[in-house]
Design a protein around this ligand. Sequence first.
Ligand code: SAH
Length: 236
Amino acid sequence: MNIELLKELLENVGIPVTAEQVEMFKTYQNELMNWNTKMNLTTVKEEDVAIKHFYDSLLGIKVFTCQSGKSMLDLGTGAGFPGIPIKILCPDLKITLVDSLNKRINFLNHMIKLLGLSNTETIHGRAEDLGRNKKYREKYDFVVSRAVAKLSTLSEYCLPFIKKDGIFIAYKGPEGEVECENSQSALEKLGGKVSNIYRFELPLNEGVRTIIEIKKERLTPHEYPRRPGIPNKKPL
Ligand code: SAH
C-alpha cells in the first residue's frame, strides 16, 4: 500500500504526519522488503506493511501520546515494531530496541542510521537477563511489546524494566480481555495492574486489535524475571 494513503488514514484518527515522515516510512518499507529477501524479518507482504506493521504499531500513540524526553523500551522488537514507527512520529522520545536475535539487531542499526534517528539504541539480549541488570532495571517510563509472548509471560519480561508509576503497553489481537483475565496473578506478583483496555479496528477490515495498558504500581520483587526460558515454560 501506498504510504500517502497511510498518512490519510492516520490523519483520519487524529495523528498528523509530515511530508518528511512520509519519506521515512517509504524508506523503511523499501529497506524492510530488500533485507527480507536475504533474512527472515517479516512474513507480511509489501502491500500490507503500511497497515499491518506501521498503522498497527502507531495505535499505541492513542494510548500514551508523544511525550518529550520520556524513555521507552520495545521488548522483542524484531524488525522494529512497534518501536521504530513510534520513534518516527514521536521524535522526542528516547527509544531502546531489544531483541535476542543478532541478525535483527544488525537490520535495526542499519535503519537507525539510514533514517537518522536520534536517541535510539539497540540492545542484543534476552529480557530475562537484561531485566536483572541494574543498568536497565526500573529505568523506563514506558515499555511496549507486540507479538512476543502471551501476557502472563510477557509481563515477567517487561515489568522489571519499568519505573514505578510507569506504563506497560501490550499490543494484542482481538482476545486481549481474555489474556488479561489469565494474567491477574502474574501481574499481582510483578507489581502491575491493568488500568485500561483499548479496542481498535484496523482500516480496510484488517482486523481488531486490543492494547492493554498496565500501570506499574509497585516495584517488581527481586526474584523476577526468573532464569531464561522459565517465564515462558512456567508462566506465573
Ligand atoms: N515485535 C515484532 C517482532 C515479533 S516476533 C513485531 O511485532 O513484528 C518476536 C520477537 O521477539 C523475535 O524477534 C524474537 O527474537 C524476540 N524475542 C522472543 N523472546 C525474547 C526474549 N525473551 N527476550 C528478547 N527478545 C525476545
